[in-house]
Design a protein around this ligand. Sequence first.
Ligand SMILES: [Zn+2]
Ligand SMILES: [Zn+2]
Length: 314
Amino acid sequence: MITLEMILLTKIMIERARRNEIKNVVINALVHANVPYLPVDVKKICKSYEFIRLIPFSVQMKHRGMSYEEILAQCQTKDACADYYALKDKYIIYYNDIDKVAFINSNRYRWSIAHELGHILLNHHKISDKMRIFRFNLSNEEYNHFEAEADYFAQLLLVPHAALLGFKISTSNQLQIMCKISSPASRRRYYEFIEWKSHLNAKDQYDKRVFSYYSYYIFKRKCKNCDAGIVQRYGKYCPICGFKNTLEWGDGDKMKYPLLETHENGKLTKCPICGEKSAFYNNNLLNSWDYNNAESPDAFMNIPDDIDEELPFN
Ligand SMILES: [Zn+2]
Ligand SMILES: [Zn+2]
């Protein structure tokens, strides 16, 4: 259970330099897995490392002929655990897919997996020389420190603020849908997101990198009229058919995010909180995306930044 106290603890315990190191580890994991879309595919990120295996409780139970009680006893938790096999230099993450209500349907398993991945990529097992990060085989101080770091990693990974900024998110429910996290987690993360937005720093290197990583996802559009898939940041006109106001966010798969809209034309001209002109936009954080180097899957095309908004073709 992650309590408010633990969140506060997280902020108190992790020093700025260490937070920046963890941010780098997060970026490296995202780049390594190449999954630039939301909700973050945490399983794919784990599987992108050949030294990590991801095993659901049900598979381990079948494989070992164990009961649910036995696997809980083995893992010492209902959530998830990560074991390090030093001889092979490999990790196994076991996660609960048996208690569907508490862990799967609630999406809590995603946070659990991200948390364990945090322990692994932050080398907690190696640092502590332990097979498992467990309350009773570490000092309180070390355990709490590792837990705070793993939670911080999970939060950065699953709730990428700079990516969320591309969408009109005004409730914790919307954040919950986009990030696919549990309802209690989404309420806490929503407050953090609002807090982060209230002192947005367009020069922040981490935010820039996150935004850049997700920019294709943020700016993809589908034309309601001609069905064209494009990547477009500005303008109300479809560059294919020339119709106005026919561009919708996404690739036509709107059912996934029925609640969400992007900011008009992908622009963030006003701060969604205070209505002030957005520092984010004005400081050109949005320009950090490199159109020329953006990957362009078949059905999509990049169009230049400076497209004439009023009369694209005539
Ligand atoms: Zn942990
Ligand atoms: Zn069109």
